[in-house]
Design a protein around this ligand. Structure first.
Ligand code: ZN
Length: 228
């Protein structure tokens, strides 16, 4: 069983298309939320995620686009979220509003727990790779899962704790680890679990121009060239 794991495409169609082209044949695609927000192609990205029958959870930007509740957002993110809410087609808004805040999936003997932020706060918790073992252990100890899949930070992470694999594939649409290439992971679920991380070049200029043309904040275009 092979899983293609992605997170945070953030309305960046060029990045998502590049990743999907790069991913080898897999049995299932999983997207750990934040389909929309920041960039200018929310409908195209939602449509592609749906067409590929990805298993998906809700991210904080999906929630903001659906509810227009941007209280926890910085001004740039808030502006993009409200723009997204304005431009999403009805069927895509409906799709996003029906996404679960977490997913529990079983493939063979492996039980997966998928959540955008963290188990304590599904939408907003940040779990970075510098999280102390003690804190991470507490977060995942009681989860009935072998693999915990996270997004939200846009930074890749892999950690074994209590026999559980905690993995974040990094960001597709807005990487934040100073590497502008789109990020994803492939998981091989056999007797043991193996994860491989991948980075893919895409034409950042295409996405940047669409952000500018849409009248979204220029900073959201500029940062894509630097990966922060
Ligand atoms: Zn995100």
């Amino acid at each position: 069983m092979k899983i293609g794991l992605i997170a945070d495409p953030h309305s960046n169609l060029a990045a998502l298309e590049a990743v999907l082209k790069d991913i080898p044949r897999v049995d299932q695609l999983i997207c750990v939320g934040d389909l929309v927000g920041y960039a200018a192609e929310p409908n195209e990205v939602v449509k592609l995620v749906r067409a590929k029958r990805m298993q998906t959870v809700m991210g904080n930007h999906d929630y903001a686009a659906v509810t227009r509740d941007v209280r926890s957002f910085n001004p740039l993110a808030a502006q993009a979220a409200l723009w997204t809410a304005e431009h999403l087609h009805k069927e895509n808004l409906e799709y996003l509003s029906n996404l679960p805040t977490h997913l529990e999936l079983t493939y063979g003997k492996q039980r997966l727990y998928v959540v955008h932020g963290g188990p304590r706060d599904p939408l907003n918790e940040y779990i970075f790779s510098d999280i102390p073992n003690r804190v991470l252990a507490e977060l995942v100890r009681d989860l009935d899962a072998d693999i915990v899949m996270l997004g939200h930070t846009h930074v890749p992470m892999e950690r074994m704790i209590f026999g559980k694999l905690v993995i974040n594939p990094g960001g597709v649409g807005q990487p934040r680890d100073r590497d502008p290439r789109a990020s994803y992971a492939i998981l091989n679920l056999g007797e043991e679990v193996k994860a491989n991380f991948h980075r893919v070049y895409y034409d950042v200029k295409i996405t940047a121009e669409k952000i500018e043309t849409a009248g979204l904040p220029s900073e959201l275009a500029t940062r894509l060239f630097f990966g922060w």
